[in-house]
Design a protein around this ligand. Structure first.
Ligand SMILES: Nc1ncnc2c1ncn2[C@@H]1O[C@H](COP(=O)(O)OP(=O)(O)OP(=O)(O)O)[C@@H](O)[C@H]1O
Length: 813
C-alpha cells in the first residue's frame, strides 16, 4: 500500500521484473511505446523523452521509469499492454500471467494472427516456408542477423563469428540463418516471426504467409498434422523407452529407465573410425581402464549433437561405439527419452526421432521401402510420413546395434528414395551414405566390429561426431549401486565390499558387469546383522558362478542346463576360441562343436561384412564369459582336450590369452563356486587340479598371474606352502594395476611370510589406491624401498599400517 492507501501491486511487479522487461523488449520496443501512446499512458512529451535515449535498453528503462512514476493505475495499464503483446515478446511469458480469460485489446492485426499459432506451429511454418522466405529475405539478411543476435537467437559460437556471418554472400545465406534459428526450437522460431513482423521491410513477408495460410486449407491442415504427429510419436517413444527389463526379470517385472540410468564416460574418438575399427582385433585384450586418462576427451550427450563446425548446415552422423555390454543400447534409449521432453535441448534440435533396431530389421526378407519400414514401426506418422522423408530435415534416425544387422549392406547399389522398392541392405546403406534423408542426422550404435561397415561410407569428419562409450568410473559405479538397490544402506555396504576388493571392482567399469555384480551381491547385504556379508563373492570365479547360475535359472538358460551336450559344446567352443584368439564364431564352428541349440542367454548374434555379403556370427556376450566357459570345460567329465596346453602357453611372455582362463581354472577348484555350480551341472571333476597345483609350485611366482590364481583358489594351506621360496625384490615393478596389488597382498598375508627385501613402485596415477592396498603387507618386510617416487602424501597410510601390528621393518628408503 502507498501512503495514500493506494495498492502498489502493479508498480511493484514492474519494478521486480525490470530486467525481464528490458531483455524481452530489447529487439524492438517500439510496438510497446506505440500501444502506450494509444492507451494514453504515455504523453507525446514523455514519448519524445523515451525515444531520445541512445540505446534501446535505455529507451525501455526511461519508459519504465515514467510508468512507475505515474502510479499504480498507469502501471496496471502498462502491464496489460505487456500482457496483450506477450506473443510478440515470448520472453515476457516467463513471468507475466498467461491468463487466457483476459481479453486481447491490442489492435495490431497481423500480430494477433501470429498470436493464434502455437510456437510449435510457427516452427513448422518456418520449415514449410523456408525456400520462399529464403528468397524474399535475401536482401534483409544483414539486418536480420543483427536483430536475431540482439534477441539472443543465434548459437553461442556465432557471438565470435558474427562478423563473418553478416558478410556471407551466398544464395543460401538466409537458409543458413533460418537453420540457426530453428536449432533453438519453437520459442526461437516464434520470436523470429515477430522480428519479421515488427520490421517495416519484412512485415509484408509475414502478411503474405498469413494470407497463404488463410487461403490454403491444406497448409493449415498440414501444420495441425505435424504437431499432432509429433505429440503421438513422443508418447509412443516414451512408452517404449521409459521402461527397461533386466535379463533376469520375471514376467511383469520392470524398472524405470530414469531410476537406473547412470551417465557413462563417453569420449570423443581421436583416432577416427578407420583406426578404431582396426583395434577390434586388439579388443581381445585390454580390460584395465584408467579413467583419469579419459578426463580430457570426455564429452556430454548434448555435445554429441552439436555441429562440430559452425559453418556446416547439419550434423550428418553420430557414431556411438563401444565394447559389448558397455551400454550402447541403453544410451540410445536415454537419447530418445530426453527428446520426449519438450524444451529439452534435443527436442529443440529435432522435430522427429525414429528408432530402428537392426535386430528387428533382420526380420524383413523381401523388397521394401524406407517409407514402409518407418510406418510399420510408427503407424502414428501415417499423415506426415511422406513430407517427413522428403529430405529428413530436423529428423534424427537412430540405427541401434548395426553389428547385429543380418543383411549385407550394399554400398554399390544403394537405395536413393524413401519410396523406392529395395532390399534392406541397400536401404540401410543409403541411409548411411546419405542418398536418402540427406538432411537428417543418422545416429548409429555399434560394437567395434560394426565400424568396418562404416569404412565404406567415407564419413566427413566435419559433419560426423564419433564417440566411444568407455563405461563407468568409480563415481558412476557408486551411482549405479545407489540406483540399483534404491536403499542407501545396502548400496553403501556393497560399494564398501567392492572398494576393499579390487578384483571385483575392476570388472565394474563395464556396466553389464556392474549389473551382474549388483545382482549377485545384493542378497548378501540385505540383512542388517551383516552375517551374510562374509559369504558374499570375493573372487571373480565366485561372482561368475553365481551369475551363470542366475542365468540358468532365468533368461532362457534352461536349454543349457537341461542338455549336457549343449553345455559341453558351448564350453569346448569357448576354449577353442580362446586358443585361436577368436571371439566371433560361425554357424559351422557351432556345428563342429555340437552346439545345435544356440543358447541365447550366453551367445548373441553379430553380423560381419565380408566381400559382398553379411555373415552371421555368434559371440559370447563378453569375452570374460567366454573365458569362464573355457575354464569350466576342463571340469566336465567328457572334456577331450588337455589342460596342460593352457599352462604350457603361458611361458610365452607376450601371450596373455590364457591368463584369465588360468585364474578361472584355479577358482573352479575352490569350494564355494563348485557348490554353487554343482546344483545345475552334471558332476564337476577335479581332473585339472594336479596340473594347476604343479604349475603354481613350479612357477615360483615369476609370473604375476600366479598370484591371481592363488587369490581365486582361496586355499590357505596351499598358498602358505608355495609362498615358501618366493623372491619379492622386484615384484611390484610388474604390477600394472591395483588388482595386481590385491592379489599379491592376499598371498603375503595368507602365508604370513616374512619378506627380506621389497622394491615398491607406486605409479603416478593411482599411488594412493596402491598404497592402501599394499600397506597391510609392509609390516612383513625387513627392507622396503620405494623406487622412483617417494611416499609423499601417502605417508599417513603407510605409518598407520606399519604401526598397526608388530613389524619387522629395519630399512626404509
Ligand atoms: N548407462 C547405464 N546406466 C545403468 N545401467 C547400464 C547403463 N548402460 C548399461 N547398463 C547395464 O548394462 C546392461 C547392458 O547394456 P546394453 O545392452 O545397453 O549394452 P550394449 O553395449 O548395447 O551391449 P551389446 O553390445 O552386447 O549389445 C543393461 O541391461 C544395464 O543393466
Amino acid at each position: 500500500m502507498s501512503a495514500d492507501g493506494e495498492t502498489i501491486e502493479a508498480v511493484k511487479k514492474l519494478r521486480q521484473n525490470r530486467l525481464n522487461v528490458v531483455q524481452a523488449l530489447l529487439h524492438n520496443p517500439c510496438p510497446v511505446f506505440d500501444e502506450a501512446i494509444a492507451r494514453n499512458v504515455l504523453t507525446c512529451e514523455e514519448y519524445d523523452q523515451v525515444v531520445s535515449q541512445v540505446s534501446k535498453a535505455d529507451k525501455i528503462r526511461q519508459c519504465l521509469d515514467t510508468m512507475e512514476g505515474k502510479g499504480e493505475a498507469c502501471a496496471e495499464i502498462f502491464l496489460a499492454i505487456l500482457h496483450d503483446l506477450r506473443g510478440t515478446y515470448p520472453r515476457l511469458r516467463l513471468w507475466i500471467d498467461d491468463d487466457e480469460q483476459r481479453p486481447d485489446t491490442c489492435v495490431r492485426d497481423v500480430e494477433t494472427k501470429l498470436d493464434r499459432f502455437s510456437n510449435e506451429k510457427l516452427l513448422f511454418l518456418m520449415k514449410m516456408e523456408k525456400s520462399s522466405l529464403s528468397e524474399e529475405l535475401w536482401k534483409e539478411f544483414p539486418q536480420l542477423c543483427h536483430e536475431a543476435r540482439e534477441a539472443g537467437l543465434l548459437p553461442q559460437c556465432f557471438s565470435e563469428l558474427f562478423g563473418k556471418l553478416i558478410e556471407m554472400n551466398s544464395d543460401n545465406r538466409v537458409d543458413f540463418l533460418l537453420n540457426l534459428i530453428l536449432e533453438g526450437g519453437p520459442k526461437n522460431a516464434c520470436t523470429f516471426w515477430h522480428i519479421l513482423e515488427s520490421n517495416g521491410k519484412t512485415r509484408v513477408v509475414v502478411e503474405k504467409t498469413i494470407i497463404k495460410l488463410k487461403t490454403n486449407e491444406n497448409m493449415m491442415e498440414m501444420l495441425r498434422k505435424y504437431v499432432a504427429a509429433k505429440d503421438d510419436l513422443s508418447n509412443e517413444l516414451m512408452k517404449r523407452v521409459k521402461i527397461i527389463k533386466d535379463y533376469n526379470a520375471v514376467p511383469g517385472e520392470s524398472t524405470n529407465l530414469e531410476d537406473r540410468f547412470v551417465e557413462p564416460v563417453i569420449v570423443k574418438s581421436k583416432s577416427g573410425l578407420a583406426a578404431s575399427s582396426e583395434t577390434y582385433e586388439n579388443s581381445f585384450r585390454g580390460r584395465d581402464h584408467n579413467f583419469k586418462k579419459f578426463d580430457e576427451d570426455r564429452v556430454t550427450r548434448d555435445f554429441m549433437f552439436e555441429r562440430q563446425d559452425p559453418w556446416v548446415d547439419v550434423l550428418s552422423h553420430v557414431v556411438v561405439f563401444g565394447a559389448p555390454g558397455v551400454g550402447k543400447t541403453m544410451f540410445s534409449q536415454k537419447v530418445i527419452f530426453d527428446w520426449t521432453f519438450k524444451d529439452g535441448k534435443l527436442n529443440k534440435r529435432f522435430d522427429f526421432v525414429l528408432l530402428l533396431k537392426c535386430r528387428n530389421l533382420n526380420r524383413i526378407c523381401s523388397l521394401t521401402t524406407l517409407r514402409d519400414i518407418v510406418l510399420n514401426e510408427f503407424p502414428c506418422l501415417e499423415e506426415v510420413v511422406d513430407d517427413l522423408l522428403k529430405n529428413g530435415f530436423r529428423l534424427l534416425m537412430i540405427l541401434d546395434a548395426l553389428d547385429e544387422m543380418k543383411h549385407p549392406l550394399d554400398f554399390d547399389n544403394v537405395c536413393r528414395s524413401p519410396w523406392q522398392l529395395h532390399d534392406l541392405g541397400g536401404i540401410v546403406a543409403g541411409l548411411l551414405k546419405g542418398t536418402i534423408l540427406k538432411c537428417a542426422t543418422i545416429m548409429v550404435t555399434t560394437k567395434l566390429v560394426g565400424l568396418l561397415w562404416l569404412n565404406h561410407v567415407n564419413l566427413d569428419p566435419k559433419t560426423t561426431c564419433a564417440v566411444e562409450i568407455v563405461g563407468f568410473s568409480k563415481e558412476e559405479t557408486r551411482g549405479f549401486f545407489q540406483k540399483f538397490y534404491k536403499n542407501e544402506e545396502i548400496a553403501k555396504q556393497v560399494f564398501h565390499h567392492l572398494s576393499t576388493n579390487d578384483v571385483l571392482s575392476s570388472l565394474c567399469f563395464n556396466p553389464i558387469f556392474c549389473w551382474i555384480t549388483a545382482t549377485c551381491l545384493g542378497n548378501y547385504f540385505t540383512h542388517n546383522d551383516g552375517k551374510m556379508s562374509d559369504l558374499a563373492p570375493k573372487t571373480m570365479t565366485e561372482l561368475f558362478s553365481q551369475y551363470i547360475l542366475l542365468h540358468l535359472q532365468h533368461h532362457g538358460g534352461k536349454n543349457v542346463s537341461n542338455s549336457p551336450d549343449t553345455l559341453l559344446g558351448l564350453c569346448q567352443l569357448a576354449f577353442h576360441g580362446v586358443k585361436e584368439k577368436k571371439i566371433l564364431f560361425t554357424a559351422e564352428d557351432m556345428n563342429n562343436h555340437g552346439v545345435t541349440n544356440i543358447p541365447q542367454a550366453f551367445l548373441s548374434e553379430v553380423h560381419q561384412k565380408s566381400e559382398s555379403r553379411s555373415i552371421c556370427h555368434y559371440e559370447f556376450f563378453h569375452l570374460t564369459v567366454q573365458e569362464f566357459f573355457a575354464a569350466l570345460y576342463f571340469f566336465l567329465p567328457r572334456c577331450v582336450d588337455s589342460v596342460e596346453e593352457v599352462f604350457a602357453k603361458s611361458t610365452d611372455a607376450d601371450d596373455g590369452r590364457y591368463q584369465i582362463v588360468q585364474r578361472f581354472l584355479s577358482g573352479l577348484l575352490a569350494e564355494k563356486p563348485r557348490s554353487t555350480l554343482v546344483s545345475h551341472f552334471e558332476s564337476l571333476t577335479t581332473k585339472p587340479k594336479k596340473t594347476i597345483y604343479a604349475w603354481l609350485k613350479q612357477q615360483k611366482h615369476k609370473d604375476l598371474n600366479c598370484f591371481h590364481c592363488l587369490y581365486e583358489l582361496q586355499d590357505t594351506d596351499f598358498t602358505q606352502a608355495v609362498m615358501g621360496d618366493v623372491e619379492f625384490v622386484n615384484l611390484t615393478q610388474d604390477m600394472t594395476s591395483p588388482v595386481d596389488c590385491t592379489a599379491v597382498v592376499y598371498a603375503l598375508q595368507t602365508s604370513n611370510k616374512p619378506v627380506n627385501s621389497w622394491c615398491v613402485k607406486l605409479g603416478s596415477t593411482d599411488s594412493t589406491q596402491r598404497m592402501k592396498i599394499l600397506a597391510p603387507a609392509f609390516p612383513l618386510c625387513e627392507k622396503l624401498q620405494f623406487v622412483k617416487q617417494p611416499i609423499g602424501d601417502d605417508i599417513e597410510i603407510f605409518v598407520e599400517a606399519v604401526l598397526s601390528k608388530p613389524n619387522r621393518l629395519k630399512d626404509l628408503t
